[in-house]
Design a binder for this molecule. Structure first.
Ligand SMILES: Nc1ncnc2c1ncn2[C@@H]1O[C@H](COP(=O)(O)OP(=O)(O)OP(=O)(O)O)[C@@H](O)[C@H]1O
Ligand SMILES: [Mg+2]
Ligand SMILES: [Zn+2]
Length: 277
């Protein structure tokens, strides 16, 4: 950004455009003029929005967010956190009702990485960073064979986030979809907004849900929302994201993701073998 005071926010938009695209490829430009609501402006030093406080997303013309402005994820993170906190307070009862209660022993301390592969160790380190809010990317995706500790790590992350008093919703993909399926349950809409708004959304076992068009669309909508708002998401799955339908897979593999393939023997089998030895 130039040190010169720009005359018009349009100038700022042009000046920051290249930088912004490099940094967050799915964000095209800062808006030409700030929106009229009174949310306040961003940090004048912000490279992403140039101080406008809002950004516009590079999305297809038929996308619901086309032409809409989003609060700048870079310099208005405080504002986003505040929104998440308010949403959490509104919904805390529902979250507690639907979030899986992580097993108390599924912690980082209990997660053993000696005699495990380097990837397992890398996954543990990345998960810990993610849980402590120290990861460079807002998304963490672990994929790999059964019994390699993905769910254990997702639970350990949930424990730490709760200790840190972050709002977190942890659910398996099939459970989440069951709960979101329209029915007579009055919580469906509320749960959907929670899943969109919580600071941390953790979806375990993506890909094990029923592969209906409805289920895909629902998951896509949710994951795409987290993508557009660049908010924290952790996913675990068995298959490579490459094996998912393109629209979903390409977002999951986007530049906002720390993607780790966990490879090792099945820990469940290992424990069974040691027990019988
Ligand atoms: N490195 C580890 N240290 C301690 N316990 C582990 C470790 N890895 C896995 N476990 C334990 O082994 C069992 C299986 O792990 P987990 O359910 O996390 O695997 P997963 O990768 O989620 O498997 P799946 O793909 O079948 O969902 C759990 O009881 C978990 O606590
Ligand atoms: Mg699992
Ligand atoms: Zn900004």
């Amino acid at each position: 950004m130039t040190t010169q005071e720009p005359k018009h926010v349009g100038d700022i938009a042009r000046a920051i455009r290249d930088q912004a695209i490099r940094k967050h490829p799915q964000i095209a430009t800062a808006p030409r003029k700030p929106p009229t609501d009174n949310l306040g402006l961003g940090d004048p030093e912000c490279e992403l929005c140039g101080g406008v406080g809002f950004v516009r997303l590079e999305v297809e013309r038929d996308h619901p967010k086309f032409g809409k402005l989003l609060v700048c994820p870079e310099c208005r993170a405080d504002y986003q956190q505040e929104l998440a906190r308010r949403a959490y307070e509104r919904h805390v009862a529902t979250i507690e009702q639907y979030s899986i209660i992580p097993r108390p022993d599924a912690t980082f301390e209990e997660f053993n990485h000696s005699n495990r592969t380097a990837n397992i160790h890398a996954a543990k380190i990345a998960a810990r960073r993610f849980a402590q809010g120290e990861a460079k990317n807002p998304w963490l995706v672990l994929y790999g064979e059964v019994g390699t500790g993905k769910t254990h790590l997702a639970m350990a992350v949930t424990h730490v986030l709760r200790e840190r008093q972050e709002s977190v919703l942890f659910a398996s993909a099939p459970d989440l979809l069951d709960l979101l399926r329209p029915g007579d349950d009055k919580y469906t809409d509320e749960l959907l907004s929670i899943a969109r708004e919580v600071s941390y959304l953790i979806i375990d076992d993506l890909g094990t849900e029923n592969r209906t068009t409805w289920a895909f669309e629902k998951l896509y909508q949710l994951i795409n929302h987290r993508y557009n708002t660049l908010t924290h998401l952790m996913l675990t799955l068995n298959d490579s994201p490459r094996d998912l339908p393109d629209r979903l897979g390409s977002r999951i593999e986007g530049p906002q993701t720390t993607l780790i393939r966990v490879e090792d023997t099945d820990y469940r089998k290992k424990m069974r073998r040691e027990k019988h030895a």
